[in-house]
Design a protein around this ligand. Structure first.
Ligand code: AMP
Length: 420
């Protein structure tokens, strides 16, 4: 016998119960975002590799180690999207969305692919819900974007939510700071992790993300970017914080917050949850005013975030599992060919009248059919037999004889409305 195959490491099947929970996350996000004027966008699962190489940054973990890159039969280098912001900016440029009223507000629910060490809350295929507002540098865009993620997480009941926020300034203000930080790192080179040492030239800021004890000691004394912002960056940040306060959103300013992607400018933020273990990040994002130019477009400001669907589900404590709906179960007394056709027709008629209906499909005994109707949570069971149709109300136990399928459907519809 050949070996039984399994889903690839770091991936998972979304089974029906999980699927119902995920639909609730999607529904909350859709309602919150669309009521703020965001509209859904869907980009391809793969892009030209350059989209990510240029946008996410050649020195990042994502580009260096985590991308699923392949050459197609036409010899092009393609990459399964490890994130969705860069594809959205690509789409904004490609479709001339600068001609629309700005900012253009887009949201998505998309799968992402990263070759990461698989563990609880960290997968190789995972789903992100995200929101991007392109075409305005107003601080209110930043604050509104953060508020919307806060609202979604709060509505889902994410436990122990914390918001950390910082400003990364602009490439200009960062250039001077980078040199200061590089000097500091070089002075303490012996104490640093090898990986950090190798990135002093390319990406010194990532040293703040290291778990290595020696590096952490060095970073505790490192200069902090927030102390080196220019006046415009500082004003922008103060405005964002002022608006968060006006919306009663608690935050912690954390000058050591650097995010794993290079494209951020000014505001960056992250929501974490105490309910999660090592992978405590639920969602985060920031402003990316230089990204469109990196992708070969004219300058376009942007602000957005992404939140992991699986992390939100792990952190949401009391999300109820919705019951499947079945208003009518069509059973057969004897299961003769004539009854089977009649049952099939009744189920079709009931469904087209909008009644969630299930049909006996496994040749069970009448007792077995009632058991199955119970499992489905059926409100009514119609039993087709030689004498006609009996309709049983599963809640009261009351049973009635009806002449036609139309009468059955009308009765179930009436019962449903009485319940509502
Ligand atoms: P990032 O795009 O890295 O800023 O991640 C945004 C959010 O996506 C994180 O806060 C997580 O909720 C989620 N996320 C990122 N990587 C993974 C992964 N490998 N598995 C599951 N969720 C992830």
């Amino acid at each position: 016998m050949s070996e039984r195959l399994q889903a690839p490491r770091g991936t998972f099947d979304v089974l029906p119960e999980q699927s119902a929970l995920r639909a609730q996350v999607e529904e909350v996000a859709r309602r919150v975002l669309e009521s703020a004027g965001y509209r859904r966008i869907e980009t391809p699962a793969f892009e030209d590799t350059d989209v990510f190489r240029r946008a996410v940054g050649a020195s990042t973990d994502i580009v260096q180690k985590e991308m699923y890159t392949f050459e197609d039969a036409g010899g092009r280098s393609l990459t399964l999207r490890p994130e969705v912001t860069a594809p959205i900016v690509r789409a904004y440029l490609e479709h001339g969305m600068h001609k629309l009223a700005q900012p253009v507000k887009l949201w998505y629910l998309s799968s992402c692919f990263r070759y990461e060490r698989a563990q609880a809350g960290r997968y190789r295929q995972f789903w992100q819900i995200g929101a991007e507002a392109l075409g305005s540098d107003d601080a209110a865009v930043d604050a509104e974007s953060i508020l919307l993620l806060h609202t979604i997480l709060a509505e889902l009941g994410v436990a122990g939510m914390r918001l950390r926020i910082a400003s990364l300034g602009t490439p200009a203000s960062r250039a001077h700071y980078r040199e200061l930080l590089q000097d500091h790192l070089r002075r303490h080179e012996d104490e640093l992790a090898a990986e950090v040492r190798e990135r002093i030239d390319l990406n010194p800021l990532r040293a703040f993300d290291s778990d290595h004890p020696g590096t952490r000691t060095v970073m505790a004394k490192a200069p902090v970017l927030m102390d080196h912002l220019d006046d415009a960056d500082r004003d922008h940040f103060a405005s964002v914080l002022g608006m968060l306060e006006a919306a009663h959103i608690p935050y912690e300013v954390d000058g050591t917050l650097v995010r794993g992607l290079d494209y951020y400018t000014r505001t960056v933020f992250e929501f974490t949850s105490d309910a999660l273990g090592a992978q405590s990040g639920v969602g985060g994002g920031g402003r990316y005013d230089g990204l469109a130019e990196q992708l070969g477009g004219s300058p376009v400001c942007g602000m957005g975030w992404a939140a992991g669907v699986e992390r939100m589900l792990l952190a949401a404590e009391h999300l109820p599992v919705p019951e499947p709906i079945c208003d009518l179960y069509v059973a057969m007394a004897q299961g003769t060919p004539a009854e089977r056709v009649q049952a099939f027709a009744l189920a079709a008629e009931a469904r087209s009248a909008g009644v969630p209906t299930q049909l006996e499909l496994a040749g069970r005994s009448l007792k077995g059919q009632f058991k199955q109707a119970d499992r489905c949570g059926a409100a009514y069971v119609a039993i087709l037999g030689p004498e006609g149709i009996e309709l049983k109300d599963m809640q009261t136990g009351a049973q009635e004889s009806l002449d036609t399928s139309a009468a059955v459907v009308a009765h179930v519809l009436r019962g449903r409305h009485a319940d509502a």
